[in-house]
Design a protein around this ligand. Structure first.
Ligand code: ZN
Ligand code: ZN
Length: 180
């Protein structure tokens, strides 16, 4: 049995949101990487799903041009930061790294259930299931079917999903598709 989730009252989340939620390893990345997935949606996505970790500044940043290395960050005499390509031979010229590029942004698991419950009209109920990046975020009426959000690769999850109680629903990528 499968049923499309009704979310007519709110616009569906952009597909870039789902791919970003699923594609960033460990759910933590620098703004350069999030922007590659989200482009102009980055600011909205940050406010809905992410929190910054200024306590974990990096010594190297992802290359904005994807040259294959992380650019080493070196302070210049004038107080700005230089990002230096570590490829051999170097691909990119030195560029100026903005301080915010050094700050990783990670998935904020306190925000995510709230946003998705509003988007899919779920009754909020958060339950940790002991599976990687997997959480019950709410119940889907009228039968209070648990809605499970999973952001890990399905191959990692299949054994665990098999152990979930009968009638469990999970929200799958892209569509808000619900599978009984
Ligand atoms: Zn580069
Ligand atoms: Zn490089």
């Amino acid at each position: 049995m499968s049923t499309e989730l009704q979310n007519s009252s709110t616009p569906p989340l952009p597909s870039s949101f789902w791919s970003a939620l699923e594609s960033v390893p460990g759910g933590s990345a620098f703004p350069t990487i999030w922007r590659q997935h989200l482009a102009s949606d980055l600011e909205t996505f940050q406010s809905l799903f992410l929190r910054s970790r200024p306590d974990l500044p990096a010594a190297a940043v992802p290359c904005p041009w994807n040259c294959g290395c992380s650019h080493k960050v070196v302070p210049r005499g004038n107080g700005t930061l230089a990002g230096i390509c570590q490829c051999n031979p170097p691909h990119c010229g030195e560029y100026t790294v903005l301080p915010e590029e050094l700050i990783p942004w990670e998935l904020d698991w306190t925000k995510i259930p709230r946003v998705l419950c509003a988007a899919f009209d779920l009754q909020p109920k958060t339950v940790k299931l002991g599976l990687y990046n997997t959480l019950q975020i709410g119940n889907w009426s009228p039968d209070a079917v648990p809605a499970i959000l999973t952001l890990a690769r399905l191959s990692l999850l299949d054994p665990g999903i098999g152990n979930l109680p009968g009638g469990t629903a999970r929200i799958l990528r892209n569509s808000g598709f619900l599978e009984g």
